[in-house]
Design a protein around this ligand. Structure first.
Ligand code: PLP
Length: 362
């Protein structure tokens, strides 16, 4: 067996020890006589798994008691609709557009009310984060929506928008659990799990209880798109993505017990990103297009001098065991996604490979 270094933006690498535990427990979980894939979601043994997973998320991320946690199907993209359907109580919301996903979120919200684009970085192809203090917030906004880490463009917020009395809603699909987060700064955090947390198939919502209780009353929502219905039923209104939740529990256990928590996770992630950005800054062959202050720690974009060389680079890198380095089709070039599970060794070896490629093609 030879496992590659997978730089995919998502689904992405999982920690090897997590995969080994899943493998060991595949045929029989505990003394249950069955796989987690096979068991009833209403069984006592599964109930313990989902409860343990939520408790671990609350511990690792220090989620305050007045926040509810929901495990919800449909990925982050369904959250783009659920947010305005539940939280747009005034019929209006502010959106900061810093890339494709926040653009999609704003577009989805337009179906349910007035969307005010408070700021955008489209003028420079999303290579920077706008100044959140100069954004044109609306007086009537029910919430402010951001995408905190822009997976495709490789940018991230270092400062959050703050307007008194207006809750902040953040899509944290590609940065959740990468560092300590003060959950109390947000009204709602949501994320698709397939970047940093688990296999695909679910989003998680961490929602302030008063926002859930005072949801929009003027709109008839399908039960499956209603936060309160799903959360009051403890994410068991219908069959939840049982196996994904179990895997999320294993990943949280890895962060807690093997890594040593989010502060240590952040240290490791910063060191990996620094290694790659330092190399890019010193290179006369590769360039990173992002405003340095706004660089993502999770997704590092770069280009070589030509699209032909980009293509050659990706092909040769894949042959050498560094896969999924092709940039998003809307940006071109390359992108190395270096989420939690990417070991430092993977980035070290990638940099060495890039050095050699530069030497022979520069
Ligand atoms: C991947 C991603 C999405 C889309 O997630 P799905 O689960 O595929 O809907 C949304 N937002 C961000 C920031 C992402 O990285």
């Amino acid at each position: 067996m030879s496992r590659v270094y997978n730089f995919s933006a998502g689904p992405s690498m999982l920690p090897e020890s997590v995969l080994r535990t899943a493998q060991a427990e595949l045929l029989e979980y505990g003394a249950s006589g069955q796989s987690v894939m096979e068991m009833s979601h209403r069984s006592a043994v599964y109930d313990a798994i989902i409860k343990k997973t939520e408790a671990a998320l609350r511990r690792v991320l220090s989620v305050p008691d007045n926040y509810k946690v929901g495990f919800i199907q449909g990925g982050a993209s369904t959250q783009f609709a659920m947010v305005p359907m539940n939280l747009m109580t005034t019929g209006e919301a502010d959106y900061l557009v810093t890339g494709q996903f926040s653009g999609k979120a704003a577009k989805e919200a337009e179906k349910f009310g007035r969307v005010n684009i408070a700021a955008s970085s489209k003028d420079k192809n999303f290579t920077y984060i706008p100044d959140v203090e100069k954004a044109a917030y609306s007086k009537n906004a029910s919430y402010i929506h951001i995408c905190e880490n822009n997976t495709i463009y490789g940018t991230r917020y270092t400062k959050l928008p703050r307007v008194d009395g207006v809750p902040l809603v953040a899509d944290m699909s590609s940065c959740i659990l990468s560092r300590p987060t003060d959950v109390s700064q947000y009204g709602l955090i949501y994320f698709g799990v397939q970047k940093n947390v688990a296999p695909a198939g679910m989003a998680v919502a961490i929602l302030r209880e008063d926002l859930m209780e005072n949801a929009r009353a003027d709109l008839a929502r399908p039960a499956m798109l209603d936060y309160k219905t799903l959360i009051d039923a403890e994410s068991m209104y219908n069959t939840p993505p049982c196996y994904t939740i179990y895997m999320m529990g294993l990943v949280l256990k890895w962060i807690e017990n093997e890594v040593g928590g989010l502060a240590e996770m952040e240290k490791r992630n910063n060191a990996k990103a620094k290694m790659l950005y330092d190399f890019l800054d010193g290179s006369e062959f590769f360039t990173n297009p992002v405003n340095p202050a706004d660089r993502s720690v999770m997704n590092v974009t770069f280009t070589s001098p030509s699209p032909e060389l980009d293509k050659k680079f990706c092909a040769e890198a894949a042959e050498a065991g560094f896969v999924n380095l092709k940039g998003h089709r809307s940006v071109g070039g390359m992108r190395a996604s270096i989420y939690n599970a990417m070991p430092a060794e993977g980035v070290e070896k990638l940099v060495a490979f890039m050095q050699e490629f530069e030497r022979t093609n520069g």
